[in-house]
Design a protein around this ligand. Structure first.
Ligand SMILES: Cc1cc2nc3c(=O)[nH]c(=O)nc-3n(C[C@H](O)[C@H](O)[C@H](O)COP(=O)(O)OP(=O)(O)OC[C@H]3O[C@@H](n4cnc5c(N)ncnc54)[C@H](O)[C@@H]3O)c2cc1C
Length: 494
């Protein structure tokens, strides 16, 4: 017999744990389970173990709305974030509802039974396990856990040193006194470079093209002072409001005045970098601020490492690996003991789970996302994909709140099925409009599209989403609801 729950959550990372806590708070009597393919909770914050791993957004908004972040630092280490997630899961008893080592493979919706049948594989024994659920909530993140993205580098097999991808950091890798070439210019490279220099490595960050990098303080004096004088929840709410306001204003200003923002960033960097540094070559991207996420240097650590002569930035292309390092398109060579490929992630939709609705396989890219959290034609299903311009959790919390409201609405009206039905007059556009990093461009075609108008469109704007998802109407004309068919009707249909 398959085990049945009211809500089945796929993934026990930040989103899944948050979703389960929301459910637990709203419906203490409802049954739910989390299926997690790994042996531990925490997702991203448990998987990534490279030196210096930390958030690059503030913890007041990367933290859950319902659980104040009490750490001293607003930009926190991965281990502190993992501790926060474990504590939250324990506080709400969610940790006891996780089935570890259960990788969800396929989920089949039956309109006759108004339920999902979910097939998982035990990653330890290979056994197949089946569950049924009234509602399926995908909190499986957005990338593959089994493989990072590494482009084909000619001659890589000749290199005598180690080649390491940050997603699979060897526990015992010793970088002290080593020449490290770090390929990449994204958030991971910007985090890793100063952390490796702190271990005594000399690091050369080799980038094909530059990113925007700005310094941000690791501690927020206003938030810490508020904590001393206000009750914990009020201080947390204040700090969240501060960060939402700052990040929204910064984003909106950057999008409207890219030239001013570019100039501003350039001015800051002139202060942080040694006199005469070639900012134009190494720190002036070809894209506008926020076409990709800004990279943060915690307390300016990245720039300090450059000033101390422990970190060089080289902007060039790799021609080939050699036995002892890399030869570049310019003809220059870089000698290395260790090469780190901070070249990114492989995106994946809904944890690679195959969705089937009444016998027909669902191709996510052929569906339209409803409020960027449900799929046209897929009943009783929601997913979390966080913001690209703000903390992931801001969105994850809102999606969970919306699912709670949706389930309550269904209870009140006796509905067993809800499904967004696509309106052919709504135009289609990317789920990530104007967001252009390589990992998104490589995989965008795997994702659902979104619409050109509400409720099929979301604008990556938290304040707007608060109105739509927290307060907006549930029965909005695009979402269809159905009561359970009467027994006789169901029998006649069979
Ligand atoms: C290095 C790094 C740094 C980041 N820093 C930030 C930051 O500072 N701010 C920010 O907002 N975002 C950041 N992000 C994005 C980050 O992924 C999110 O903040 C957040 O952790 C996502 O949580 P999640 O639970 O949705 O996904 P994940 O953390 O990816 O967790 C998904 C979970 O689902 C499980 N799972 C997946 N597929 C299946 C399946 N088929 N069956 C069962 N289980 C499955 C996985 O094993 C995992 O445990 C960062 C990402 C990376 C890689």
């Amino acid at each position: 017999m398959a085990e049945h729950v009211d809500v089945l959550i796929i993934g026990a990372g930040l989103s899944g744990i948050g979703a389960a806590c929301h459910l637990r708070r709203a419906f203490p009597q409802r049954t739910y389970l989390l299926l997690e393919s790994r042996a531990a909770l925490g997702g991203t914050w448990d998987l990534f173990r490279y030196p210096g791993i930390r958030s690059d957004s503030d913890m007041y908004t990367l933290g859950y709305r319902f659980k104040p972040w009490l750490g001293e630092e607003s930009i926190a280490d991965g281990s502190a974030i993992l501790g926060y997630l474990r504590e939250t899961a324990a506080e709400y008893g969610v940790d006891r509802r996780i089935r570890f080592r259960h990788r969800v493979i396929r989920a089949e919706w039956s309109s006759v039974d108004s339920r999902w049948t979910v097939h998982a594989e035990r990653t330890d024994t290979g056994e197949n396990v089946t569950f049924t659920a009234g509602f399926l909530f995908s909190c499986a993140g957005y990338y593959r856990y089994d493989a990072g993205y590494t482009p084909e580098f000619p001659g890589a097999e000749r290199f005598a040193g180690s080649i390491v991808h940050p997603q699979f950091w060897p526990e015992k890798l010793d970088c002290a006194g080593k020449r490290v070439v770090l390929i990449g210019s994204g958030a991971t490279a910007v985090t890793l470079a100063p952390a490796l220099t702190a271990q005594g490595a000399h690091v050369t960050m080799l980038q094909r093209s530059p990113s925007y990098i700005i310094s941000a303080p690791s501690r927020d004096r206003l938030a810490l002072t508020a904590r001393r004088v206000l009750p914990v929840r009020a201080a947390y709410a204040l700090a969240r409001a501060e960060y939402v306001a700052i990040s929204t204003a910064l984003y909106q200003f950057s999008r409207r005045n890219p030239a001013v923002m570019r100039k501003r960033i350039h001015g800051w960097q002139r202060r942080w970098l040694p006199a005469g540094y070639d900012i134009h070559t190494h720190f002036t991207p070809r894209y506008e601020p926020w076409d990709q996420r800004l990279c943060l240097a915690r307390d300016g650590d990245f720039f300090r490492a450059i000033r101390h002569g422990m970190l060089d930035v080289v902007t060039d292309r790799i021609e080939t690996f050699t036995d002892t390092g890399l030869r570049l398109a310019s003809g220059a060579t870089l000698e290395a003991d260790i090469v780190i490929t901070a070249t990114g992630l492989n995106l994946q939709v809904f944890g690679g789970v195959e969705l089937v609705v009444d016998g027909a396989p669902v191709r996510p890219s052929a569906t339209m996302a409803y409020k960027a959290m449900m799929l046209s034609g897929v009943p009783n299903f929601a997913f979390v994909i966080g913001y690209t311009n703000a903390s992931w959790t801001l969105k994850a919390d809102l999606v969970s709140e919306y699912v709670i409201r949706l389930l309550k609405h269904m209870d009140e009206h006796g509905y067993v099925r809800c499904v967004p039905v696509r309106d052919p007059s709504v135009g289609a556009q990317s789920l990530f409009p104007g967001f252009t990093p390589g990992y998104v461009r490589r995989s965008e075609s795997l994702f659902p599209v979104q619409g050109d108008r509400a409720p099929w469109r979301l604008r990556m704007n938290y304040l707007r989403d608060v109105f739509t998802l927290r307060y907006g109407r549930i029965a909005d004309g695009a979402m269809f609801f159905e009561r359970a068919p009467r027994r006789a009707e169901a029998a006649a249909r069979d």
